[in-house]
Design a protein around this ligand. Sequence first.
Ligand SMILES: C[C@H](Nc1nc(-c2c[nH]c3ncc(Cl)cc23)ncc1F)C(=O)NCC(F)(F)F
Length: 296
Amino acid sequence: LQEQTPVFEERYLRYISQLGKGNFGSVELCRYDPLGDNTGELLAVKKLQPSKRSFLADFTKEIKTLSVLRCDYIVRYRGVSYSTGRLSMSLVMEYMPHGSLIGYLEKNASVGLRRMLLFASQICKGMEYLQSKRYVHRDLAARNILVASDSLVKIADFGLTKIIPDDKEYYRVTQPGESPIFWHAPESITESSKFSHKSDVWSLGVLLHELFSDCNRHQNPKRLYMQRISSNTQGPAIPMQLLFVLKDNWRLPAPAHCPARVYALIRQCWAYSPEDRPSFSSLSDQIHSIAQEETL
Ligand SMILES: C[C@H](Nc1nc(-c2c[nH]c3ncc(Cl)cc23)ncc1F)C(=O)NCC(F)(F)F
């Protein structure tokens, strides 16, 4: 790792609680308290599960990915912490007190339209920044958006992020793990599993659908898609059935109380062919003008 990676001494990282688990390990809330008087700052520490060779390589890549990102709408990477004897290492991130957007919207049902449009434009700006660095996130979903305050959200979880090679406009995945296909664009579901900025735009559309459904667990994308395709479960595999309905131009229905202009914007993100989808900058402009016009 580059020498400028700040190192947090493990002996001063006081464990407070577990924030969540991922397939890599877990994220813990800690206080970095070198003075031992509880005046230290709160941090989110992503502990790598007992270092499997591949995990360590992926982990180091995630650290490299995060360490170059500097944007108000992307969760801030702070550094690393080595365990005694350097047997394993942890990723130190800024702590977001309000947790993930899913939990936040379940707790705060009264999030108004204006605030939702503000969150949507912040996510678009974060994605514009990622695109400027040629990064494809590949796992854009409400569960991977963190809430810093009642008026600021940030994109997080760069475990699946890839950098598009300079000579290409997309990234082809070789080992698609258990990928969240209900957030994936058609071209990422088919055997070609191509990922690009435009496939991130598709996922952003699904994220906006979650946002404007108040992340209502009864209306979540997976459940809505499964209702639509589960008619013949013994039929072709689920990804294939999903592709059929998408090819047939069926899309997730407008969430209840979602303004027509917002749903029209979401539908632009779900154009079947990638080149027909809007850019992130066009999306943030459109969101901005909706926020101006709508007497929300
Ligand atoms: C496995 C971890 N899961 C969780 N994390 C947090 C969390 C609160 N506050 C946080 N502040 C900084 C970080 Cl990195 C996480 C949290 N809350 C609930 C979780 F289930 C995670 O990383 N999730 C991906 C993403 F960060 F995008 F939400």
